[in-house]
Design a protein around this ligand. Structure first.
Ligand code: A2P
Length: 222
């Protein structure tokens, strides 16, 4: 009996190929290393951490999890709403195991998570669940007004005690602020791109050159 008939995976998503995982991790490390030395970051440190610390080592602050990926549908082995419907979609079956090029357009840091924004192409959006942004509305009300695919991201690290799904909510919050016309306070032109501050410890680095990441559309049973 094929596995897919016995149970559903923990999640479906695009899994970065090993070489590009290393590159993305290095880029993220470089960014964190630079960010916590910037005067602007130090100035806003009280927004970042509630602890009365004068400094924070961001590379220590965030814990990296397993293989880098961009979740499309979290299924929780079938317990999540819409899991079976997603797994049964013809396009999901058709593209399962196919190679894609994801475009990583920004890196962001909040007191909870560090992640990469994934800007999905129209082809890639065919694999994006219709309700991904709506599911976030209880936590991020403005997510209702954002276009499909806005939540697409790669979790690069989480602060202690924070669940990886928080990364998508943090990204949606920043995008909602952008949409409201808050451009963020332009802080610095870095080698990687422009760094903006959105308050409450939220930082967004728009990459000058988006990182193109080869990835395989697949699933994880965990
Ligand atoms: P993300 O996609 O933001 O990295 P876990 O280890 O907690 O079981 O999660 C496995 C993966 O599924 C992680 O990548 C995680 O977050 C994602 N995930 C977990 N819960 C949800 C959820 N409720 N909605 C969407 N994605 C989720």
């Amino acid at each position: 009996v094929p596995l897919e008939e016995t149970s559903l995976p923990l999640f479906f998503g695009w899994f970065l190929l090993p070489g590009i995982q290393d590159k993305v991790r290095c880029t993220s490390m470089d960014f964190l290393k630079t960010l916590d030395t910037l005067e602007a970051f130090k100035k806003h440190l009280p927004d970042f951490t509630v602890e009365a610390e004068k400094e924070v080592d961001l590379e220590q602050y965030f814990q990296a999890n397993g293989a880098l990926h961009c979740t499309t549908k979290f299924c929780d082995y079938g317990k999540a709403e819409g899991a079976k419907e997603y797994a049964d979609k013809p396009i999901v079956k058709e593209l399962y195991g196919s190679a894609f090029e994801l475009s990583l357009s920004a890196l962001f840091v909040t007191p909870r998570t560090v992640g990469a924004r994934v800007s999905l192409s129209e082809d890639q959006l065919t694999l994006w669940p219709a309700d991904a942004e709506k599911e976030a509305v209880p936590l991020v009300p403005a997510a209702a007004t954002l276009p499909a695919g806005s939540r697409a991201h790669i979790t690069l690290g989480c602060a202690e005690g924070v669940e990886p799904q928080q990364t998508g909510f943090d990204l949606l919050e920043i995008l909602a602020l952008q949409k409201e016309g808050q451009e963020g306070e332009l802080v610095e032109e870095m080698e990687l791109g422009s760094l903006a501050y959105y308050g409450k410890g939220r930082w967004l680095l728009s990459l000058r050159e988006p990182v193109s990441a080869q990835a395989c559309f697949s699933s994880l049973y965990g």
